[in-house]
Design a protein around this ligand. Sequence first.
Ligand SMILES: Cc1ncc(COP(=O)(O)O)c(C=O)c1O
Length: 392
Amino acid sequence: MSETNAAVSSVMPTYSRFPISITKGEGSYVWDENGKQYLDYTAGIATCNLGHAPASVKGAVKEQLDTLWHCSNLYHIPIQEQLANLLTANTFADQVFFANSGAEANEAAIKLARSYAQKVKATSAYEVVTFSQSFHGRTLATLAATGQEKIQKHFAPLAKGFRYLPYNDNQALEELIGPNTCGVLLELVQGEGGVIPADPAWVKEVERLCKEHDVLLMLDEVQTGVGRTGTLYAYEQYGVQPDVMTTAKGLGSGIPIGAMLATEKAAAAFEAGSHGSTFGGNPVAAAAGKATLDVIAHTEFLAEVQEIADYFREELQTLVTQSSAFTDVRGKGLLLGLGTSGKAIELVHQARELGLLVLVAGEHVLRILPPLNTSKAEIEFCLETLKQITIV
Ligand SMILES: Cc1ncc(COP(=O)(O)O)c(C=O)c1O
C-alpha cells in the first residue's frame, strides 16, 4: 500500500484527491511518484501562471532566503513596499493590504467595505451583495459571501450581512443597493461556478449603481488576475474602475500570498489597528510576487498570452464540432471551460490516464488552466488527448 494512500493518510480528507502523488514540477509539467509525466493544465488551479519553478521567481526567492525570511509588519519591509508599488503602478489602486490567500484578501475587502460605510460615511450599513454560483473562499465570512449552498452546508449559522442576486441579470439590479448595502463583491469570470464571464453591459450598470450610491465596487480577481484572462487584471477588459480588488493565486507563482488593493478613498477606512496579519506580505512571498509581476506585467508578455489564448480557443471550438463529449467553449484568455455532454469528472480521469491534468468547474464543465507561457506543441498534446476521451 502506498504511503499516500487515502486509507493511511493523516491529512484530513477535505479534498477528494485524485489517486496520484505529485513529486516534481518543472515548466508546464509535473511528475508523479512513479516518474510518470503529466502536462499540467491546472497550473495549481490558476496559480503557477509561469509554470512550475520559473527561473526568475526561483532566483528571487532564493536570494530572499539568503537575506531575510520573515519580519513583523511592525517594521517597514522594502521588498513588500516594492511589490505594493508594482501593484499600484499597474492597476487602478493607490494602496495595498497584504494577506496570505484569496479568502483572506476577500475577508480584508469585506471588512474594508463595512468600515468605509461605518467610519468614513458614518452610516450603519454592513451588507455585502454577492452573486449566485460565486466563489469567494472557505473562511466563515467568505463562505457566507459565496453564493453556493453546497459550500455553506453544515456551517450554520452563516455569518450575517450577505445578500445574493442572480449573476448577469439586469432586472435583478433594481435590488442591487439596499439601505444597508456597503459593498458589492463580484467575479468577472466565475471560475469555480462554471467558467462564466460577466456580461460587460451588466458590469457597467453594477459600476454605475455603486458609484451613484457611494457603495464599494469590489472585484474578486483571485482566479482571473495576474494575466490569466489576457490582461494583467480582467477589469481592464471591462472598462470599469473598481474601488477594491482582491488578488492571490498567481501573484506568488505558487508561494502563498494574497492582497487587497484599494483606491485612496476606500483605503481611508483602514487605519493602524484596523486589520493585520503576521505573515501578510512576508518577504519571501513578496519577493515571489515582485519577480512574478516583473515578467507578467508587460504589454508584450500579455499580448503573447492573448495570442496563444485566441489560438487555443479557436482549436477548442473546432474540437467541439468534432467530439460528442463537448458542447461549447467558454471563458476568457487562458481561463477556459468546455461544456461537457456527460459528467466532466469522468473526462478528467480519462485525461489524467493519458498524461493530461485538467479540472472541473461544476458537474458539466471541464476547466482548462494552462500556464500563461504554454507552447503550441503543448496545446497540440492537450487537443489530441481531449479528442481521445469520451463520455461513457
Ligand atoms: C474567485 C476566487 N476567490 C477566492 C478564492 C479563495 O482563494 P484561496 O483558496 O486562496 O483562499 C478562490 C479560490 O479558488 C477563487 O477562485
